[in-house]
Design a protein around this ligand. Structure first.
Ligand code: ADP
Length: 410
């Protein structure tokens, strides 16, 4: 491994800030995530040598660098600090040239002047056109690229970045992260990131810190679970796989105070997603069924951690799934039949609603789309009549259904 961090411990005064931090890194982008105060900055500062660990070692290519001189370390490691504001009116090029300090007493690379080296990295980070501009006049995103160029002119093997996208607007966040991702093809890059969505989208691996300890580390997919996020950040999130970008999106879901009321949502084709989210935020216990495994509602239910009865993709609802659905419907306090097209494959979902209505369970049918338009069985009108007879309540929207649940049950 290019970088090995072995059992780093660090105290501020009497307070332990880093506790046995252990990880290794190759040429990849590693995100360090964790709540404010969890030790992200302190960890980077221990790696880059500004702070000295009380215990532990840092190896670069097998060489222990904890006793390396700052000048030698700067050739191996570049840092982009969190607050890299420069108050003096240096030009952007002057700032980048500062990165060459560790090399000043050495012969220059053959034929390449310091300015050419600076230019090479400023071009790489798309800021060469700013070379003559005073750094104090640059926007946040422009200045960040200059500071990254400065770190790169140290020609380090390892690049550490502390919140590289803080205070940047979305397009600059993406530009900086795209750049960092490109650089990670031939450098070890470790970035402290507070934005979990950026971490999800860009990082190969994540280290999740809390109270100075590594809680978990590993592939991004393995680390970003609802359980881990809840444990460390104390928030419920919905984690959705984004196939277009081959990444994940995290959305906080504020769970309402538990109401001890169970709502079973029967839906399909996206008709139940919003309903499930709203019910959860209101504190209801939610289950769902029967949903085909590729259905967007199935995915939403899974993302929300909702108990769900699934059926194989593109298959008719089978007896087992139907039975499980009936059991849930029977145990629930309310059953909602969402507004979705009904074919022979999912007609059993209507049976389940009929069953709950016949058991005297509050059964709400969201009936916004006219029956003729959503019926692919020729039987729905009759089924609606039966549902009505058995006491199901027909409403026009998810909102109306939720209101009904709320007023009837709480
Ligand atoms: P993060 O980057 O995850 O927000 P930090 O590494 O900045 O976390 O801080 C970790 C802990 O160390 C916090 O409890 C913080 O208050 C403490 N801390 C940071 N800097 C100092 C300092 N200079 N002196 C004393 N405590 C500090």
């Amino acid at each position: 491994m290019d970088l090995e961090v072995r059992k780093i411990n660090f105290h501020y005064g009497g307070k332990k800030i880093l506790d046995d931090i252990n990880f290794e890194a190759g040429k990849e982008l590693i995100g360090v995530i964790g709540p404010n105060g969890s030790g992200k900055t302190t960890l980077l500062r221990n790696i880059d040598g500004v702070l000295k660990p009380d215990k532990g070692s840092i190896f670069i290519d097998g060489e222990d660098v904890t006793t390396c001189s700052p000048k030698n370390l700067a050739k191996k490691m570049g840092i982009v600090p969190q607050d890299s504001q420069i108050k003096f009116e240096f030009t952007a090029l002057d700032v980048v040239l500062m990165g060459r300090n560790p090399y000043l007493n050495r012969f220059q690379l053959e034929g390449e002047t310091e300015i050419e080296i600076a230019k090479r990295y400023m071009e790489l980070t798309h800021c060469w056109h700013l070379a003559e501009r005073p750094i104090t006049e640059l926007s946040g995103g422009e200045a960040r690229k200059v500071i990254i160029a400065r770190a790169l002119t140290q020609e380090p093997k390892i690049l550490l970045l502390d919140e590289p996208t803080s205070h940047l607007d979305l397009n600059h966040q993406v530009e900086i992260m795209d750049l960092i991702k490109d650089l990670s093809r031939d450098k070890v890059i470790i970035a402290a990131l507070h934005d979990l969505n950026l971490a999800a989208r860009y990082c190969d691996r994540l280290i999740l810190l809390n109270n100075g300890k590594v809680i978990v580390q590993g592939n991004t997919e393995k680390i970003l679970t609802r359980k881990n996020i809840k444990e460390v950040f104390g928030v419920d999130v919905m984690i959705r796989r984004e196939t277009a970008t081959d990444s994940y999106a995290l959305t906080p879901v504020k769970r309402g105070e538990e109401k001890n009321v169970w709502v079973h949502v029967i839906s399909g084709g996206g008709s139940g997603g919003e309903l499930m989210v709203k019910l959860i935020t209101m504190g209801f216990r939610v289950s769902a069924g029967v949903l085909n495994v590729f259905d967007t509602d199935y995915q939403t239910a899974k993302d929300l951690g909702v108990e769900v009865v699934g059926e194989a993709p593109f298959s008719e609802i089978g007896e087992n799934a139907h039975e499980a659905n009936l059991k849930m419907a029977e145990k629930a306090d309310v059953v909602i039949l969402a507004d979705f097209p009904v074919g022979l494959g999912n007609l059993k979902n209507v049976d389940a609603a009929e069953y709950s209505a016949s058991k005297g369970i509050l059964t709400i049918v969201i009936d916004l789309t006219p029956v003729q338009q959503k019926d692919f069985t020729g039987k729905l009108e009759e089924r609606w009549r039966v549902l009505n007879e058995k006491g199901a309540i027909f409403v026009q929207s998810s909102q109306e259904a939720i209101k009904k649940v709320d007023t009837s049950m709480t």
